[in-house]
Design a protein around this ligand. Structure first.
Ligand code: DAH
Length: 340
């Protein structure tokens, strides 16, 4: 009996059926009612009691091996059959959907490209900043509300606090400290403010800061630079209006409105019926700011401006809810596939 079991095990091992019929034949021959293994189980009754344990285990192992082999031959026949039946070498490959550029990246690049054409370089600075570059050197008095915990994310609040920059104006300080004059730069980047997230506010957003410092730079140069930018960005018929404003780092300061590109000045719900949309802050760099970075304010003057990238994107595509820019919902992002 021992030899028979071993012979059958070897046979099972080398079994290679090529069709369903062959598999079924093998099954009947081994495990059917009159099959070899079934016969061995009958013979088992006559085995001496002291050998029953050993042969019982061997027979069961043989039966399991035969059943497993038959199953695995069935499986591989199904797989192989399926592949060969549907394998069409002439079929086009699978489509891999390409990602699209984020609207904030698209607008950032558009802004940077426009200023590059005007001769501006790109400068970047750290997102984790110190109090000096975000506030002190920009002429913020110590009690200014923008320094408040309500607005600023502080990382450490020692004498010279470490914080997340609340605007990209900090990069103009870094540029003035180390770049040779004249300076003509735009500084795109991410900024952080401690705001509750809503459709109109977010704790993270993006800005582009601009800075031009040279001898004899005037407010007229500022106005012209912004007008040229706006015409490139919003179309040749766009116009601007400047409203007096206040920023600690510029004097005089202004806020810039662009004519509404949706109703063309007639008044709509985007411009709230005014025909104008606010797009940026600007002004002549305050002499205190130049001096804080070691620039002689009697010899040099300059202008600066700062705009929110999401704000420009919002006006370009009429996306009213700021949260869309941060949720990365593919249905939203796909809308910009053709804007690249
Ligand atoms: N830093 C200002 C802000 O975050 C924007 C700004 C206004 C930048 C006027 C400027 C400027 O350079 O001159 O709101």
């Amino acid at each position: 009996m021992k030899e028979k079991i071993e012979a059958l095990l070897a046979e099972i091992d080398s079994l290679a059926c090529k069709s369903e019929n062959e598999i079924e034949e093998a099954r009947v021959r081994l495990l059917g009612k009159k099959g070899e293994i079934t016969k061995l189980f009958e013979e088992f009754r006559t085995v001496a009691p002291e050998l029953k344990k050993e042969f019982g285990q061997k027979l069961n192992a043989l039966k399991n091996a035969a059943a497993a082999k038959i199953e695995s031959m069935k499986d591989s026949l199904e797989e192989g059959g399926a592949v060969s039946a549907s394998f069409d070498l002439t079929k086009p490959g699978d489509d891999f959907p390409l990602g699209s550029r984020h609207p904030v990246s698209i607008v950032r690049e558009e802004i940077v490209e426009i200023f590059r054409k005007f001769g501006y370089d790109v400068a970047e600075g750290p997102e984790i900043e110190d109090d000096w570059h975000v506030f002190e050197a920009l002429n913020f008095p110590p009690e200014h509300p923008a320094r408040d915990m309500q607005d600023t994310f502080f990382i450490s609040s020692s004498a010279n606090s470490i914080l997340l920059r609340t605007h990209t104006s900090s990069v103009q300080v870094r540029a003035m400290e180390k770049m040779p004059l004249p300076i003509r730069i735009v500084c795109p980047g991410r900024v952080f403010r401690n705001e509750a997230i809503s459709a109109r506010a977010h704790c993270i957003f993006h800005q582009v800061e601009g800075l031009y410092i040279d001898e004899n730079v005037t407010f007229a140069d500022l106005k012209q630079a912004i007008l040229l930018f706006v015409r490139e960005m919003f179309g040749a018929d766009a116009s601007i209006r400047l409203r007096p404003s206040y920023f600690p780092f510029t004097e005089p300061s202004a806020e810039v409105d662009v004519s509404c590109n949706i109703c063309h000045g007639k008044g709509c719900n985007i411009c709230k019926g005014t025909g104008w949309l606010e797009i940026m802050g600007c002004g002549m760099v305050d002499p205190n700011v130049l001096e804080a970075s070691g620039i002689d304010s009697r010899k040099y003057s300059g202008f600066a401006f700062g705009m929110g990238i999401e704000r420009i994107a919002m006006l370009k595509w009429q996306v009213k809810d700021l949260r869309n820019y941060f949720e990365n919902d593919l249905r939203f992002l796909k809308e910009f596939e053709t804007s690249i």
